[in-house]
Design a binder for this molecule. Sequence first.
Ligand code: ARG
Length: 604
Amino acid sequence: SRLASSATDGGTERVLGAKKELESLLASALAAAFPSEGDEAQWGRDVLVAPTANPKFACDYQCNNAMPLFAKVKGREGGPGNPRAVAEAIMASIPPNEILEDVSVAGPGFLNLRLKDAFLERRVGTLFAGEAAVDAWAPEPCCARAVLDFSSPNVAKEMHVGHLRSTIIGDTLARALEFTGVEVKRLNHVGDWGTQFGMLIQHMEEEGVPFDASVGDLQQLYKDSKARFDAEGDFKKRAQQAVVKLQSGSEESLGRWGKICDASRKEFNKIYDRLDIEIEERGESFYNPLLKDLVEELRGSGVAELSDGAICIFVGGSEAPPLIIQKSDGGFGYATTDLAALRQRLTDESADWIIYVTDSGQSQHFKGVFSAARKCGWITDEASSYPKVDHVGFGLVLGEDGKRLRTRSGDVIKLADLLDEAVSRCKEQLVQREYEFAEDEEKLEEIAQQMGYSAIKYADLKQNKSSNYEFSFDRMLDLKGNTAVYLQYAHARVCSILSKARVANPGSDAGDASKIRVTCEPERALLSTICQFPEAVESTVEDLAPNRLCDYLYGLTSKFTDFYSECKVIGSEEEASRILMCEATLKVMRKCFAILGMEPLERI
Ligand code: ARG
């Protein structure tokens, strides 16, 4: 039936979150109770249910917008008048179903919706239909193809904490979209082109520095060359000639430029390897050949116009600054490249959705580029229609002094040092906690890395992305807080229960999903939370907000902790059922870990 599920491409039945099913049920009840107010489709768009966090309501979901809906009916002549009467009319009209145990009215017009135990048992049971059964719990893909533009550091500069945030958030969004079946192209829009490279090459040549210098050296050389450019007229002239030489495609210049890029690339890749990030490099230079034609075309069509010697696109009236696509000196800039990239992604990559992840400081830039793309007719105004574009802007990472993150001596923090410190602190913690393999240097290092990297990722992902956050090793490595370390220990605990169960009961038929039985509240709360997994992924993708999934995972883990502290698993009468509950928890936990890019630890 439409309520139960819809088919995925692979032929396996897609398992929906209970939210969707409850909304359908309520929509048909509303349509039946108040036929003159709208049909089922209309009500289906209006009615909203959300999971309840508060156990005191003894329900799984609440219909939160019941009040406005009631008001709508109440306002009509001859309407039932009081919210309770409306709620009762709805309750009486809910079609027979296998989902709802109970509906009750709370307060002035909230509907409390309690799921049937049997529904939860059956639903969780579907996780045992094969190895990859949890994949059928993915929400439907919102479109076919997405381009995710993230990380995007700059050549000859150190990758900084802002790029780390972009890398971590972008990677998770890519993984979440992929889980739902969207084909994702991950693009690294590296800053590898521009006049600064001519200047840098000239300076390096004059100083006799090899072009494969390390990034640290390059950064200094870049600063020096800039200083000379501003102060020495002669150098400025030679540097400008070098820019022309590079831009006209001189083999020698391109070779040197390539070496500089290689040196930076090596450093970037070290970070990506450590954090298990997959991304395809497609820097600004890739779009360089497209810029001249694009500007001509837009001028020809009248979208762009000459203003004060520069070519601009006027977007959004007089308040918004125009987007400059060619400077008065004839040069193209960051915005020109982004406009060319946007179109290339829409056409050559057939992207339905292009998502850019950078710090919020670039919001204006992207607003301008998007408005220009609308003016060109490449994308529409409507947020809901494809193809569409989004900028995911995020806040700053602050140090414990509330200022931008720096080292004690006031220098910019190197990402590699940050990762190293996370790992070494995890090592200390493991040794202190008498980790069983503490003597095995290699094993210790491996576990500490997994812990440290997941801690850094999770501490970032759990934030509301748009706010600034304070970076603190102590907090992110806290065993009891909402941290990756807490989640890793919980994960390892589930693994250890399951391996003990297998030892205690070799060859048991614990995999028989029909044995799942709810016998007490902590079990029920756990299953109900497990069933919310599709919704958590859906809102993560819809709002491009990784913290949604973090909140969900933390909630699930807490429910498991409650369950485990109150319900004996091995040796209890409910053993078979409870082992299945542990396994179901593990499957969903692992999927969350995978989307968050965290490697789960089985033994700590
Ligand atoms: N390289 C830029 C920076 O470091 C970020 C690029 C973001 N992507 C884009 N298409 N503009 O600030």
